[in-house]
Design a protein around this ligand. Structure first.
Ligand code: GCU
Length: 457
């Protein structure tokens, strides 16, 4: 390379570094690294004229500062964040996005282990199935937790917990997994008349690479999300809502919990169970979720600090992606397509994102100082990969206030080049919307690193 070319390329790097290092609340779009393919942008834009897939059409926006308290005062030390500001931010998300769920463990909740096998999956695992009855009453809503733990190595085991879309029986072909009897969305769990069928056993196993998880010494626990609340809008008459809803004058309030709130609450009830199971390491539970269940995992992790590591896979709008970018799925769009996911108050921000007192970087900041990992997929522009990355980046100041690094870089990485050096991990992987073995391997790398760093492994 000639000297002049070398000089020019160094200048470009310097400029990129300068613009990548943000100091104000105004987001810039000059990150280098991954970029959406222009063919994909063109073709998606043609399919849906009202959806923005073009970076240059992202409006200018100013993000709310997680470190400015409600009274306008700057939060300048870790103690003030932990004692006051964190609770304020959590409350803003409860009031405006996900709604308020009942607090704590229900008084009469019971756990019943209805299956225990010591040598399953070719001798590599222990299997347990546990039924959680939310009210302890017969025939009341209950959820089944399916658990696999490695058969070798020491106990208790660090375990990943995640909700699944099609019933526990879809995550592996193991014929002893109880076939779900809960309501299924059409197209899920091999459903016929909204009920699961035998043919769907193991149909989602590629998203649950059990052999690899067990081999790396981790356990896996999963629950069908429809056990907690069936995923359709029925005015909150089914699932756990009617058991615990607090009505005022017979009416649900604007901040009453939606379905994401209920699913996240269910994850905390699973955590209640883990605390009673001596084989599971309650200090090393990672909560994970894909897509709508990634939004749910983030909300569960934000509220329940018993989760030691929080993972969002392709969660997009209402999950890890910044709402103010209005790229791909928007607040208005999600509230119209899925009116039951968030609380009623969230609808005030349809086409009105700038009035939101929070944005999703603040949700990620609620995980601090715990590790959090966010993924995007190259072709999943609906979920706004860059918006997911930027939310991670702008959660950084809270991590730094607590004395640790967030992402440890301000730059969008290249495709398939995970960022794993700090306490916030991120990658954008090749391919489309989905939970893959590649994603899992990165989650396990991050868990290995952080759990070991804390001297727990
Ligand atoms: C839809 C929805 C997304 C959601 C996804 C999923 O695409 O618009 O917000 O994440 O479904 O859960 O699969």
């Amino acid at each position: 390379m000639s000297d002049s070319k070398l000089l020019t390329s160094s200048l470009i790097v310097l400029c990129a570094a300068f613009f990548g290092a943000e100091s104000s609340g105004f987001a810039r779009t000059s990150e280098v690294g991954w970029k959406a393919s222009s063919e994909l942008v063109d073709s998606l834009s043609k399919q849906s004229a009202e959806t923005n897939y073009r970076e240059q059409k992202v409006p200018k926006y100013a993000l709310p500062d997680p470190l400015v308290a409600s009274d306008g005062k700057k939060v300048t030390d870790a103690a003030a964040w932990q004692a006051e500001r964190r609770a304020q931010v959590l409350d803003l998300f409860r009031t405006h996005l996900y709604g308020r769920a009942p607090v704590g463990r229900p008084k009469n909740m019971t756990f019943e282990q209805f299956d225990f096998e010591r040598n399953v999956l070719g001798g590599s695992a222990i299997r347990k199935q546990v039924s959680v009855s939310f009210t302890g009453k017969k025939d009341a809503p209950a959820m089944d937790i399916l658990i696999y733990l490695p058969n070798t190595g020491s106990k208790p085991v660090a375990t990943f917990v995640l909700l699944n879309f099609g019933g526990n029986h879809t995550i592996n072909a193991d014929p002893a997994i109880k076939l779900s009897t809960s309501w299924m969305r059409p197209g899920r769990g091999g459903s016929v008349n909204n009920l699961a069928t035998e043919q769907s056993r193991g149909s989602s196993s590629s998203s649950y690479p059990l052999a690899s998880i067990l081999k790396r010494g981790y356990g896996l626990a999963t629950i069908y999300y429809g056990d907690i609340d069936p995923d359709f809008h029925d005015g909150f008459k089914n699932g756990v809502h009617p058991l615990f809803d607090k009505l005022r004058n017979g009416e649900r309030q604007g901040d009453a919990w939606g379905s994401i709130g209920a699913w996240a609450w269910g994850l905390s009830r699973a955590m209640d169970y883990f605390e009673t199971d001596a084989d599971i390491d309650q200090a090393r539970i990672s909560v994970l979720g894909h897509s709508r269940l990634g939004k749910t995992a983030l909300w569960a992790g934000a509220q329940d600090e018993r989760f030691a590591f929080v993972i969002s896979n392709n969660s997009g709008c209402g999950g890890a992606a910044l709402s103010r970018r209005r790229f791909g799925e928007t607040v208005g769009r999600i509230n119209t397509s899925f009116p039951h996911w968030f609380c009623e108050n969230f609808k005030k921000f349809n086409d009105n994102e700038d009035d939101l007192p929070v944005d999703q970087h603040m949700l990620i900041s609620l995980m601090a100082p715990r590790p959090v990992y966010v993924t995007s997929a190259d072709k999943d522009l609906w979920a706004d990969p860059r918006g997911e990355f930027l939310a991670c980046k702008h959660a950084g100041p809270v991590y730094r206030l607590l004395g640790i690094d967030g992402l440890g870089t301000g730059r969008m990485p290249a495709l398939d080049k995970p960022i794993k050096k700090g306490t916030i991990g991120y990658h954008v992987r090749s391919g489309g919307h989905g939970l893959t073995e590649y994603d899992w391997q990165n989650f396990m790398d991050f868990a290995d690193k952080h759990f070991a760093l804390r001297g727990r492994k």
